[in-house]
Write a new protein. Structure first.
Lengths: 273, 358
């Protein structure tokens, strides 16, 4: 499973980055005549924070949707744990240990925060219908074990006070945090964050950055995130993929990317004289 | 002042997730059970049984079923009448084919058969949502009623096309047929109501309920956290049809005794159950009971006032009853779209603070 594990290294701040967990090989995704992603390859290593950046419409979210199984690319393969992943529905991808959040919050508005976060544990809950209907033995034990796990996540993200509040009543910043909690509750091997800081003020961004770093640090969760705030991306991530018009134009450490001429051109524009 | 959580500390996850978090509610619940089982059977008469209690209990079961499907899983169904007919005719065939088996099991197996039929008619929900699904379930309604009209095997080739329940006993007491007494019928239905409501509560507070609500609130996000939409929707259809099938079997065997499928299980019945669920409160167990009580009691009350007190002719009263109930439904939905269960929730919140306003 980990034959590519050979090149693990230690980062400047002392975290160990392992071998390749997920590898995208020559992914091409088309919608009719529009090519959203064109021949993109990159990998995600165990324990790292990997960012995907690029201007609007570059295909970043499409790429995340390919990883989480919403889109099936016309060409190329997604390798997970050293083997090509067959075409599968998103709920099966979730069972493999990939969780994600959405750019525009996708919480269950009619449920409380606690129930929302508990849904993150659904892949861990196996008891059958009859035993649940009776609320005996296994079903009840399983419910409380998973509740204990969820409470850890709730403590971790400091949302204890709003546990029983219906999600519909929460402000935007907290909703984003609850969505992160739901993804974390699944104890994912790979966490995909689609613009976790979009629309936040500076304090909220700082909080969210702290949570992302803590998640990575404490649980060793591999994180792949899309973000527009360059300051945040450069500070948080270990490696960055840069996309533009569906193509990969840069890949490397934040410093490499910052000095990459193609990236600078894409972001600042280039004169054609 | 009695009604508050002060001093009622939750020290385990079990206590935190109990159905009635307040001590006062728990006492009220047990008291209600004692009255329902220990007091009502001694004072019950045929009028109260047939006009109020049986329809209330049986429609509450159907409403629980539809509430699981529409309120929790968000799938609209207009086929309740048809599924009730499946329950009734299954029960009839079972009662006449296996007269030695207890009626108790007949009713449960009727529910299971209806669940199978419900699963089959739930398959379109994979592809279609909302109004389109409602139309698909409407097809189930008309097809099933047509089937029980046209295929004589279902009514044992009787000349009238009706089915009538033979006498069956539970623990020596007749619960179906002309000799069944009011307390026996009442208790028989009450046991089913209690069991099914308890199971509905357990299912909806556990992982099945969360799957259903996740599908209802946002199906894409539900799939991304690992909910298989196919199995979640189909399980809701199955469970819902199980409940509705049992209520159909009880309507036929215990409440009416003889049934003509066109009268009893028409589209009107589907709408009645849907109104009960909407007025009571979508996504609420208690709402199913409140809604059933409202729609069963309101016509009885209006009739008593208009015919009994005011002395109007009964046909005029019947028409006024339609107008008033219809208007009440509209008013309720405007004032509180989340149904009477929400009114009750708000009242409880006020009660907790009483006599202080905030």
């Amino acid at each position: 499973m980990n034959q590519m594990n050979a090149e693990s290294y230690v980062t400047a701040d002392g975290r160990t980055i392992g071998g390749v967990v997920m590898e995208m090989k020559n992914i091409t995704l088309r919608f009719g005549g529009v090519t959203a992603i064109e021949d993109i390859s990159f990998d995600i290593r165990e324990g790292e924070i990997r960012a995907i950046i690029g201007p609007n419409g570059a295909g970043k979210s499409s790429m995340l949707n390919v990883i989480s199984g919403f889109y099936v690319p016309q060409e190329g393969e997604v390798w997970f744990h050293g083997a090509p992943r067959p075409k599968m529905r998103p709920y099966k991808v979730a069972k493999q240990g990939i969780a994600r959040t959405f750019q525009n919050i996708a919480l269950f508005e009619g449920m409380s925060v606690l129930d929302n976060v508990m849904t993150g544990r659904l892949t861990h809950m196996k008891s059958g219908m009859l035993s649940q209907a009776m609320w005996w033995g296994k079903a009840q034990r399983e419910e409380f074990e998973n509740r204990a796990q969820v409470e850890k996540v709730i403590d971790f993200l400091e949302i204890q006070a709003i546990r029983k509040t219906p999600v519909g009543r929460l402000p935007y910043g907290l909703k984003k945090r609850v969505e992160l909690a739901r993804a974390l509750a699944a104890e994912p091997k790979l966490l995909l964050l689609d613009e976790p800081m979009a629309g936040m003020n500076v304090e909220e961004k700082e909080d969210m950055s702290r949570f992302i770093l803590d998640v990575n640090d404490e649980f060793g969760t591999t994180i792949c995130l899309i973000e527009h705030d360059m300051g945040v991306v450069m500070d948080l991530s270990d490696r960055v993929v840069v996309m533009d018009y569906g193509k990969k134009i840069g890949d490397g450490t934040p410093n490499d990317v910052r000095n990459n001429q193609a990236v600078i051109d894409a972001y600042l524009g280039v004169s054609h004289d | 002042m009695l009604y508050r959580e002060a001093g009622d500390f939750k020290t385990s996850y079990g206590k935190d997730s109990q159905t009635f978090p307040l001590k006062f509610d728990r006492w009220a619940y047990w008291l209600l059970l004692v009255v329902a089982f220990g007091v009502v059977p001694f004072f019950i008469n045929d009028y109260w049984l047939n006009a109020v209690l049986l329809p209330f209990l049986i429609y509450a079961i159907a409403a629980l079923g539809l509430n699981i499907l529409s309120g929790y899983a968000g799938q609209i169904s207009l086929g309740s009448g048809g599924f009730m007919a499946v329950g009734a005719y299954s029960c009839y065939k079972l009662m006449t084919s296996f007269p030695d088996v207890s009626i108790f099991f007949h009713v449960i197996i009727s529910g299971l058969i209806t669940a199978m039929v419900g699963l089959a008619f739930g398959l379109p929900s994979m592809r279609i949502k909302g109004f389109y699904l409602a139309v698909a379930t409407l097809a189930a309604q008309f097809f099933l009623v047509w089937l029980f009209n046209k295929v004589p095997w279902f009514f044992n080739y009787s000349a009238s096309g009706q089915i009538s329940a033979p006498e069956r006993t539970v623990l020596g007491y007749a619960v179906t047929g002309p000799l069944a007494t009011a307390p026996a019928k009442y208790l028989f239905c009450l046991v089913f109501v209690l069991l099914l409501a308890w199971m509905a509560r357990n299912l909806t507070r556990g992982s099945f309920g969360r799957k259903w609500m996740a599908i209802r609130d946002m199906d894409i996000a539900a799939e991304i956290i690992g909910v298989n939409p196919l199995s979640a929707k189909l399980s809701a259809f199955g469970i819902s049809s199980f409940y509705i099938g049992i209520s159909g079997a009880l309507i036929f065997a215990v409440f009416l005794g003889a049934v003509d499928v066109n009268d009893t299980f028409s589209i009107q019945k589907s709408f009645l159950i849907l109104f009960i669920v909407i007025i009571g409160g979508l996504g609420s167990i208690l709402g199913s009971f409140i809604g059933a009580a409202f729609l069963v009691l309101m016509p009885v009350l209006l009739k008593n006032i208009m015919v009994g007190q005011l002395g109007w002719p009964s046909d005029l009263a019947a028409h006024f009853e339609f107008i008033i109930v219809g208007a009440l439904i509209i008013v309720t939905l405007i004032i509180e779209p989340h149904g009477m269960a929400q009114v009750w929730r708000l009242t409880k919140q006020k009660l907790r603070l009483w006599p202080f306003p905030h």
